[in-house]
Design a protein around this ligand. Structure first.
Ligand SMILES: *Cc1c(COP(=O)(O)O)cnc(C)c1O
Length: 349
């Protein structure tokens, strides 16, 4: 797709939008007497509005991600970016999206909230994606396809060539959610935004970076699409405290934590595989394991009674029998294994 073809995908009201211009948009200096935004002059540490463009944070992210700041959107979690995609590209009651299943729930919830129809394409038994089935589910009303790789909750990645083939063949936007890319040997596809104008890559600071409480999600795409995001978002969508704390936290050596999680993932997978109550541990490219049990509901209830909380995915189509287990600290994973051992012993007696 060509960049000028993207414009035709945008909702007419958004294409014609004259966005709100904040006081900080109109004067960008940092020195002076600021009497332009009706802020309180009394210093509380937070009496000034935050930078609506998050310039300092984007510069830092630009260096870390090797992506120019103009190709980065920072939002109130990835969930904001998912919602913005619907609000920018999908006319309620008219346009539609196509999502994969099982996957992250927000793609369909955001569709419902925005009054946009969606179709789900079921992954195969081995959690691979059939490109023919995916594209066949699209019709002329389909503006967006949502992909997630590594996928939540199945923990697998889709091959890079397959994702790029979908991006090349689909005449609409493709959103690739890479919340777990930091844990994957496949890495990120964000560099492909430059020669694929219909590709939007989502990442987050909630997982590998350990900042879920700050609510910081990222989107990468071409500058035109990023300008649309900037126009439609709330002017001050990322608060001052989050911007400051993220700038500081981005200085940490995140590799060490990722390596430790990968090590713990391998240990935990090995232990679960040799557990009598476990049927299967699916291969994982993320910071969690999808694990099939003989009696998942009983295991779930037993774990809860021991104060170990995992996610029960038994009722999710394609995941029957499965619990989703986040890889924790060594001590937390040991608590899980200890509880499972007790479960097995009580079942033998
Ligand atoms: C955890 C997760 C996110 C993160 O969302 P935030 O709003 O950034 O915290 C996004 N996508 C998927 C698939 C996830 O599992």
């Amino acid at each position: 797709m060509k960049i000028n073809e993207i414009e035709a995908l945008v909702r007419p009201n958004i294409r014609a939008l004259c966005p709100y211009s904040t006081a900080r948009d109109e004067f960008k200096g940092s020195l002076g007497v600021f009497l332009d935004a009706n802020e309180s002059p009394f210093d509380t540490g937070f009496n000034r509005y935050p930078d609506p463009r998050q310039s300092a944070l984007k510069e830092r992210l630009s260096a870390i991600k090797c992506i120019p700041a103009g190709n980065i959107f920072v939002g109130n979690g990835s969930d904001e970016a998912i919602d913005l995609v619907y609000r920018i590209f999908c006319e309620p009651g008219k346009d539609s999206s196509v999502i994969i299943s099982p996957s992250y729930g927000m793609y369909s919830v955001c569709a419902d909230i925005n009054g946009v129809a969606y179709r789900s394409v079921q992954l195969e038994e081995d959690f691979s994606l059939d490109t023919g089935k995916l594209l066949a589910a699209c019709d002329p009303t389909t503006k967006v396809i949502f992909l997630c790789s590594p996928n939540n909750p199945t923990a697998n990645v889709f091959p890079t060539e397959q994702i790029l083939d979908i991006v090349d063949r689909f005449p609409g936007m493709v959103v690739l959610d890479e919340a777990y890319a930091d844990f994957s040997s496949a890495g990120s596809l964000r560099r492909y935004i430059f020669d694929h104008p219909n590709l939007i890559v989502l990442q987050t600071l909630s997982k590998a970076w350990g900042l879920a409480g700050l609510r910081l999600g990222l989107a990468f795409s071409n500058e035109y699409v990023m300008r649309l995001f900037a126009m439609v978002k709330y002017p001050y969508n990322v608060n001052a405290l989050s911007q400051q704390a993220a700038l500081k936290a981005l200085g940490q050596d995140v590799r060490v934590k990722i390596e430790e999680t990968l090590k713990q993932r391998a240990v935990l997978a090995g232990e679960l595989e040799s557990s009598a109550c476990v049927r299967k541990v699916y291969p994982s490219e993320a910071n969690f394991l999808l694990v099939e049990f003989d009696d998942p509901d009983a295991v779930y209830a037993h774990l809860v009674s021991d104060g170990v909380i995992v996610r029960n995915r038994n009722k999710v189509k394609g995941c029957s029998g499965c619990l989703r287990i986040t890889v924790g600290l060594a001590s937390e994973n040991e608590a899980l294994m200890k509880s499972l051992k007790r479960y097995e012993e009580s079942n033998i007696r």
